[in-house]
Design a protein around this ligand. Sequence first.
Ligand SMILES: [Zn+2]
Length: 92
Amino acid sequence: MGSVTEHRPTAWIPDEEWCLVSSPRWCRMPKCPSTAVAELRRRHVTHGFQWWAYCTGHLYGRKIENGVVMHEVFVNAPIYKRWQAKREMPRA
Ligand SMILES: [Zn+2]
């Protein structure tokens, strides 16, 4: 088993499940008095999906950079490799 202190390189990439709020909303966390800054697109059993809005304090470690919600991932994670492959795809 690997040690938890083992250094694993990470990188910040756009989180495609999240986007900035399109209209003013409150953070959905109970008792949170802040206005939301970003929304998570969550799959919903019957409605297809729903947008869940959160304030800067409730982004679960994400940050907003140049209007894009970013999250930190391990560079050896499949999600990072997928994003990298997409970015390196030649433009037609
Ligand atoms: Zn909040």
